[in-house]
Design a protein around this ligand. Structure first.
Ligand code: DGL
Length: 269
């Protein structure tokens, strides 16, 4: 086993651009850390696939990031976190942070009416991972899960504004309104990219687990005395399994600055 050191990078993966919402927050809270980001864009969306397939993809993504010598893994994908976090923690000898538990904590702390709605991919909603995590904190909370399968393809196509996304969001969010929830969890890391649209329609506080996840990563690094000391030049590397150009186009729109250093890799044979 390779010994972990503070000088190693943080490894983050998602099925596509969604994990950039988490990366942005990690950069905000940990600006001195090197980061390697993997977007499995050839196999996105994960959210309509079975837990077995998502777990296999998650394993392959992690193996790749491990080969780059990371000190902590951030599973910046709710679908992967919902169905494969336990497996990844068991298989790889590094700290692993997911996005479901941090989001559940923030939602449970916010609700006054004890009614929380969660929007996410089909696999995340079917897994009931949020419901379990929220009810483990407060059993009296009612959790309504709503799958929004069209959001991820729209976002991957760069449709972050406009009539189409507003229309589809309007339809999905009627169920959020009828649930009577006072808190809405964005249970997919792609969704913060359209949070302006979702927030306008839902009119209740939105929980984006990125902030909480970044806090957790910071805490894990602090506990292990694993912050980067700095000195050498900061490095941010991006890997994708499909077109780097397309990833950059949408990613830059969201991050608001240029993404360079993107390489295409093959995973899964
Ligand atoms: N961004 C991911 C999530 O948080 C994956 C969405 C997908 O690939 O379907 O669930």
């Amino acid at each position: 086993m390779q010994e972990l050191s503070g000088e190693m990078p943080i490894g983050i993966f998602d099925s596509g651009v969604g994990g950039l919402t988490v990366m942005r927050e990690i950069i905000k809270q940990l600006p001195e850390e090197d980061i390697i980001y993997l977007g499995d864009t050839a196999r996105v969306p994960y959210g309509a696939r079975s837990p077995e397939t998502v777990s296999r993809y998650s394993f392959e993504n992690t193996e790749f990031l491990m080969s780059k010598g990371i000190k902590i893994l951030v599973v910046a994908c709710n679908t992967s976190s919902a169905v494969s976090l336990g497996m990844l923690r068991g298989q790889f000898p590094i700290p692993v942070a997911g996005v479901v538990e941090p989001g559940a904590r923030a939602a449970a702390a916010n609700t006054k009416l004890k009614k929380i709605a969660v929007i996410g991919t089909e696999t995340t909603i079917k897994s009931a991972a949020y419901e379990k995590a929220i009810r483990a904190i407060d059993e009296s909370v009612k959790v309504s899960g709503i799958a929004c399968p069209l959001f991820v393809p729209l976002i991957e196509e760069g449709r972050l504004h406009g009539d189409v996304v507003t229309l589809i969001a309007g339809e999905y969010l009627t169920q959020v309104k009828s649930s009577g929830a006072d808190t809405l969890v964005l249970g997919c890391t792609h969704y913060p990219m359209i949070k302006h649209v979702i927030g306008d329609i839902a009119q209740i506080p939105l929980i984006d687990s990125a902030v909480e996840t970044a806090k957790e990563v910071k805490q894990i690094l602090a506990e292990g005395n694993m912050f980067r000391k700095g000195g050498s030049q900061l490095s941010r590397e991006f890997y994708v399994t499909d077109s780097p150009e397309k990833f950059a186009l949408v990613g830059e729109k969201f991050l608001g600055h240029k993404i360079s250093n993107i390489s295409k890799i093959n995973l899964g044979g």
